[in-house]
Ligand binder design. Structure first.
Ligand code: CP3
Length: 354
């Protein structure tokens, strides 16, 4: 087992002391980087890139070569699980993800298999192992999955959606069918994340991108409850270290108190909640990750630095903060800009960790 040279990301998630605030960016490997676009065209397309462990490893490391990031995130996608369930994931240029088979009825749900991740998603596990080897202890590796609710939105709508018409119809008109689908997904995600941990992921994040389109009671019943079920089934210690769990519900800022009780070590915050208010509300129960508006990266290095300083000052002294964007980095960001962001986090945060 190689020793971890920089563990401030893992320490901050567990609210242990750190020298400076750790930072990474959601979607840090992606289209805003010219070297990513070059590797993707070498692979042919996005899915072939995910399925090639050497190339997936290469794009995972690319942002770490440019910026002093404190964590790497597995290069893959949340939609690998529905793909492994036989839905036939494909990407249409400019239109985002799509499925050949769409889930709408009780019979559709009953016919869905729960994938055996070690076998059916072995390409993901091979990428995790390859990345760990290549990182050689430089920074920790984050594994991830979508939440059951978020995965279900793509499976029932057939792709991205604006109004969530079909899944909300399923939820309100046939709640038992909705629950049967979410339960299968929760089982699948638990196994998927545990296999990533056994393959070498040192922390995991659950992306609940669409939990925030629900009402409070529906969020608890159809999204939070299944994330809680997953977290209670996860391997929490591996290679002699705790494996922290981050739960990120975009637009979930109004439910932080309830989310803090779900068993995660950290909650992800988008930019619509002030991090000082969030910290006051969750107290010492969980760490917080976030929460700069990704659009700040369109501004000057001075403006970026000012925003970073404001967020650090709001969080205040002590550990328990992992700096991040409030959502994924945009594809049109100038790749020079994130350097100002990452460096500002390290330079301006030392004063809060004395
Ligand atoms: O953070 C990282 O660098 C790791 C890689 C990662 C990707 N997708 C790569 C990707 C992660 C963590 C994801 C998660 C993901 N995928 C989410 C949850 C996070 C979020 O952003 O809310 C969601 C909802 C998806 C589903 C998905 N996959 C969408 C909506 C898209 C974009 C489609 C488009 O054309 O804009 C994808 C494709 C995708 N996943 C890309 C990348 C780099 C772009 C594909 C390309 O190279 O063209």
């Amino acid at each position: 087992m190689t020793e971890l040279k920089n563990d401030r990301f893992l320490r901050a998630l567990l609210r242990e002391p750190v020298d400076v605030t750790p930072v990474w960016m959601m979607r840090q490997a992606g289209r805003y980087l010219p070297e990513y676009r070059a590797t993707r065209s070498q692979a042919g397309d996005f899915l072939s890139l995910c399925k090639n462990k050497e190339l997936a490893c290469e794009v995972t490391i690319q942002p770490l070569e440019r910026y002093e990031l404190d964590a790497a995130i597995l290069f893959s996608d949340i939609l690998t699980i529905p793909d492994a369930m036989g839905l036939g994931l494909y990407f249409e240029t400019g239109e985002g993800p799509k499925f050949k088979k769409i889930i709408r009825t009780e019979a559709d749900v009953a016919a869905l298999p729960v994938p055996d991740s070690a076998k059916d998603l072995d390409y993901v596990m091979n990428a995790v192992k390859e990345i760990r080897r290549e990182l050689n202890g430089r920074v920790p590796l984050i594994g991830f999955s979508g939440s059951p609710w978020t995965l279900a939105t793509y499976m029932v709508e057939g792709g991205s959606s604006k109004d969530f018409r079909h899944i909300k119809e399923m939820m309100y008109a046939t709640p038992e069918v909705m629950h049967a689908l979410l339960d299968k997904l929760a089982q699948s995600v638990t196994d998927y994340l545990n296999q990533q941990i056994l393959s070498g992921a040192q922390a995991v994040q659950i992306f609940d991108t669409w939990g925030g389109v629900l009402s409070g009671p529906m969020y608890q019943e159809f999204s939070l409850r299944y994330m809680q079920q997953i977290i209670s089934g996860l391997i929490r210690e591996h290679e002699g270290r705790k494996v922290p769990v981050i739960m990120f519900t975009k637009n979930g800022g109004q439910w932080l108190e309830t989310m803090a009780e779900a068993g995660a070590d950290a909650l992800g915050l988008d930019w619509t909640t002030n991090i000082d208010d969030a910290r006051a509300r969750v107290g010492n129960s969980v760490a917080l990750q976030g929460n700069m508006d990704p659009s700040v990266l369109y501004a000057s290095p001075e403006r970026i630095r000012q925003e970073v300083g404001d967020i650090l000052g709001r969080f205040g002294a002590g550990s328990g903060h992992v700096f991040n964007l409030g959502h994924g980095i945009h594809q049109f960001v100038d790749p020079e800009r994130p350097k100002a962001f990452v460096d500002a986090v390290h330079e301006l945060s030392a004063q809060y960790h004395k």
